[in-house]
Design a protein around this ligand. Structure first.
Ligand code: ZN
Length: 178
């Protein structure tokens, strides 16, 4: 994961207080994750890191569009996303009583890689259903040709079943004639 090293934030040398980091995520970023729903996109992640005496607080502000496949017509479309997520970085031995948003790192660590976190927060920002958003008239903008093709596939499947059924009918007739 060496090409992910540019997402390392070296926090050790930072002064106490707030620091900002801006990352632009694109195809090369999403392509690095196996089985990613998102293969392409233009997403800005603005990270505000607040260094306190004993811990770090990181806010992730996500804004952009991702290119994902429509569940209905299978065409790719641009899905706008935005999100705001917070994590807290603590140092030392992990304490399981802490919430999901706490990450424990060794007291010897001097940098934090935020690639996996950004990927997870982008995934969380996706809607549950991946379909083309309706246009301003409330109409579906799914590719009508593709929808037709998919419907035809279903129809021809039904036709095959009908053929099988009629063959059985023929056989039945033969048997009846005997
Ligand atoms: Zn669609």
């Amino acid at each position: 994961m060496s090409k992910m090293s540019r997402y390392n934030i070296a926090f050790k040398g930072l002064s106490q207080g707030k620091h900002e980091f801006l990352y632009e995520l694109d195809k090369s970023f999403f392509g690095a994750f196996e089985n990613s729903i998102v293969e392409d996109g233009q997403v800005s992640v603005n990270i505000v890191l607040e260094k306190q005496s004993a811990l770090l607080v990181l806010w992730f502000y996500i804004d952009g569009t991702v290119n994902i496949q429509c569940d209905r017509c299978l065409e790719l479309f641009d899905q706008p996303i935005s999100g705001k997520n917070r994590i807290i970085v603590k140092f030392g031995e992990e304490n399981l009583d802490d919430g999901d948003d706490v990450i424990w790192v060794s007291v010897n660590d001097y940098q934090l890689n935020v690639a996996q976190l950004m990927y997870e927060f982008v995934s969380l920002a996706l809607p549950i259903r991946h379909v083309h958003p309706d246009n301003e008239n409330g109409k579906s903008v799914c590719d009508p040709e593709m929808i037709d093709k998919l419907n035809n596939l279903n129809v021809s499947k039904n036709d095959e079943e009908d053929i099988t059924d009629s063959r059985w009918d023929g056989l039945k007739k033969l048997l009846d004639n005997e």
